[in-house]
Write a protein that binds this ligand. Structure first.
Ligand code: UDP
Length: 316
């Protein structure tokens, strides 16, 4: 049975990936400093003998006993609010953390998979985004701490592949949603759903004409698992290509939740990408993957999670 290390294992994606790897028969060592992750995401796995959680900051040397077959590097603040509040930690985990995680993979002879991001494309001038597009990133803007850290992480990953022959993979993750997202992480899905459930106005940033494409977490994790089993070393976009404006998304949330909340406008954050849609032809061809869960169905599976967390935070 293979052993996988998942950095950021207590986070939204890390915890879902951990679960999937356990289902596939892996032993899993999750590593997390709980800066934006939460142990509660792994509570249901505590009795699982093939699982353990190590509380550790991966910007420091990572030490894991015994053989390791896969290293999945998922540790990082990932919502715009988080990386604006934690700029140095974001830069460090993408750079030093990636270096340490690659060093672990090299020392153990393990495969390495980097959780990269559509933010590598910045505010894209090419649409939809294909993996061979180099991006339009402002290195010194507020989002630069995340974008450039991930771009550095990709460069470091390819260097370990080319120079040390580490078996590496890179997934570029587009907007993803699902249970275990933090209600107040500032991203648009928890923001709008939380506002709708509380009966507060839905806050659209800018004119709402900017676009995003939302992937349900189970689809994303399936694409990532398939990539980990492949022999493909260049970046692969994983995301849902169904694109909609943020205004359309707000209307969708109003309809599904049945809220009477109005829509209000707030200033657009600096360097907010105007459009984003993954071209997934590479994932289709190489992994035989495409998303299966429509937005409506994914939201129906996600809203109860936010509802339960709303009740907890209001003491209900
Ligand atoms: N957004 C919004 N209202 C909110 C939160 C986000 O209009 O309360 C917009 C944001 O400006 C962006 C899009 O929704 O255009 C997606 O934002 P998110 O923070 O989810 O992540 P991003 O895709 O920008 O990384």
């Amino acid at each position: 049975m293979p052993t996988s290390v998942v950095t950021g294992g207590a986070g939204f994606l890390g915890s879902h990936l951990t679960e999937r790897l356990l289902q596939e028969g892996h032993h899993v060592v999750a590593i997390d400093n709980l800066l934006t992750g939460n142990e509660r995401n792994l509570d249901h796995l505590r009795t699982e003998k093939r699982f353990r959680l190590i509380r550790h900051d991966v910007t420091q040397f990572i030490s894991v006993e015994g053989p390791v077959d896969f290293v999945f590097h998922f540790a990082s603040p990932a919502s715009p609010i988080d990386y604006l509040e934690l700029p140095i930690q974001t830069l460090k985990v993408g750079s030093l953390g990636t270096h340490n995680a690659l060093g672990l993979a090299k020392a153990k002879g393990a495969c390495f998979l980097l959780a990269s991001t559509s933010e590598c494309y910045g505010d894209p001038l090419v649409h939809p985004q294909k993996e061979d597009y180099w991006g339009n990133v402002n290195p010194i803007g507020p989002r630069g701490v995340y974008d450039e850290a991930k771009r550095f992480a990709e460069a470091m990953t390819m260097a370990y592949h080319r120079f040390h022959q580490v078996d590496t993979k890179i997934v570029r993750i587009f907007n993803t949603y699902g249970p275990r997202m933090r209600l107040r992480d500032g991203r648009v899905v928890p923001a709008f759903v939380g506002q709708a459930l509380r009966g507060e106005p839905l806050t659209i940033f800018g004119d709402g004409k900017q676009t995003r494409s939302f992937c349900f977490v189970s689809d994303l994790i399936d694409g990532i698992y398939r990539l980990s089993q492949s022999k493909f070393h260049e970046p692969v976009n994983i995301g849902n290509p169904v694109e909609l404006t943020i205004l359309e998304f707000a209307e969708r949330i109003r309809r599904i939740t049945g809220t009477k909340s109005e829509i209000i406008k707030k200033p657009l954050p600096v360097d907010d990408p105007k459009q984003r849609q993954p071209d997934i032809s590479r994932a289709k061809k190489i992994l035989g993957w495409e998303p299966l869960v429509p937005l409506e169905e994914g939201l129906q599976k996600t809203i109860p999670w936010f509802q339960a967390n709303l009740e907890k935070s209001s003491g209900g």
